[in-house]
Design a protein around this ligand. Structure first.
Ligand SMILES: NC(=O)c1ccc[n+]([C@@H]2O[C@H](COP(=O)([O-])OP(=O)(O)OC[C@H]3O[C@@H](n4cnc5c(N)ncnc54)[C@H](OP(=O)(O)O)[C@@H]3O)[C@@H](O)[C@H]2O)c1
Length: 367
């Protein structure tokens, strides 16, 4: 489940206040019926206040309604979803299966992927697409290369690539290749993956790349002097940095892919009830309340999957590229996320980091 620092203090104190008020109520009720009306009134005011506060903390989280595409919309199309065994990725893969896509689940845990695939197939009904499970560990460039070699050999086309997998606020660790884990998985692994699948995406044009970012990009910047955060590690900042990198990657890739028939768009899914927050410690007493609040105020994985589904399937976004969406609508980004110079610099730096810079004929993603 996903949490973030900037509202946690407010959230926990608001829950604490509510608990205090509720604890006081029975004493008041015992002292006379005139207190009863007062107590009920106080409870209503406090409860209403908490609800209003939560609405402010989790603004417009719920998707208005679920998308409904005709069955068969994705028939004949192959879609790769990274991290398709859990959360948003699993919900998205399930929806694509219902629309008759050939879904390649790119996952690091094959057993979990197998379980997820069984669930998805059960829920997709008698008429459905096809599921292929493939191993992909984005924390290993070797694994990314192996995955792409297999896909390039076995698949005749890839119509949509969804860069969804992600890791959030983990303790400081490094990937197999020595990158800070959040930047390595959320940005660099997907960077190489996308590059190595570009030829196949181009021959499958019109084709699409969908990048799952987060609104928390706003709290990051790209630390070009210490991209692997070796000097100082702030786990919240590093997540935001990696999600800003997703947006800058989308910007520069869109520019380079102009005229190829391959489009790339990003999205921010909102706050979604998934396992993303597995590394975040919640105080024991706050856990049940947080769980309750997440049920009421967070999006379900299916709701969180609506915008990537829209970007993968909708005819409304045909030909659009380099944009970011939230709740299936174009979203305005901050200046940091639309900085073309930073996007180019990050592109060149990332190419060097994943070992693409010295490859002949591979200086860009263009035609
Ligand atoms: N949930 C939210 O509120 C929220 C908000 C904004 C953005 N997002 C973004 O949404 C995306 C999906 O997250 P989620 O919320 O659905 O969380 P989730 O349930 O934790 O799913 C994350 C997926 O990424 C996979 N993954 C992690 N590290 C990987 C690696 N090294 N190689 C391959 N796969 C890896 C996970 O695999 P395992 O199951 O094996 O760990 C899992 O399948 C992420 O990019 C996240 O940043 C989520």
């Amino acid at each position: 489940m996903f949490m973030f620092n900037h509202f946690r203090v407010n959230f926990v104190s608001c829950i604490h206040n509510t608990l205090c008020c509720l604890a006081v109520l029975p004493c008041r009720l015992a002292t006379g019926s005139s207190f009863m009306a007062t107590s009920v009134l106080i409870a209503a005011v406090v409860g209403g206040g908490v609800l209003l506060l939560m609405r402010r903390l989790f603004p417009r989280q719920k998707a208005a309604q679920l998308l409904r595409y005709p069955a068969g919309t994705m028939r004949g199309k192959t879609v790769i979803v990274t991290g398709a065994n859990s959360g948003i990725g699993k919900a998205l893969a399930g929806e694509l299966l219902k629309l008759h896509a050939r879904v390649i689940m790119a996952c690091r845990d094959l057993r979990s992927a197998e379980d997820a695939a069984q669930d998805m197939k059960r829920q997709a009904g008698p008429e459905q697409g096809e599921v292929v499970i493939k191993h992909l560990d984005l924390a290993s460039l070797r694994s990314v290369k192996k995955f792409c070699e297999e896909v390039n050999k076995e698949e005749s086309r890839v119509d949509v690539l969804v860069n969804n997998a992600g890791i959030y606020q983990c303790p400081y660790t490094k990937t197999e290749d020595g990158f800070e884990m959040q930047l390595g998985v959320n940005h660099l692994g997907h960077f190489l993956l996308t590059h190595l699948l570009l030829d196949l995406l181009k021959v499958s044009a019109p084709s699409r790349i969908v990048v799952v970012s987060s609104k928390l990009y706003k709290y990051g910047h790209i630390s070009f002097n210490d991209l692997n955060s070796e000097g100082k590690y702030n786990k919240a900042f590093c997540y935001s940095q990696s999600k800003l990198a997703n947006l800058l990657f989308t910007l520069e890739l869109a520019r380079q892919l102009e005229g190829t028939g391959v489009t790339v768009n990003a999205l921010t899914p909102g706050i979604v009830r998934t396992k993303l927050g597995r590394h975040v410690q919640i105080p024991l007493l706050a856990k049940p309340l947080f769980h309750l609040a997440s049920l009421v105020f967070f999006k379900s994985p299916l709701e969180g999957a609506q915008t990537p589904l829209y970007l993968a399937c909708s005819t409304e976004v045909e030909g659009m590229s380099g944009k970011c969406f939230a709740n299936c609508e174009e979203e305005e980004l901050t200046a940091d996320a639309t900085d073309e110079q930073a996007a180019k610099k990050l592109w060149d730096t990332s190419r060097r980091m994943v070992g693409l810079a010295n490859q002949p004929g591979a200086s860009s993603a263009g035609t």
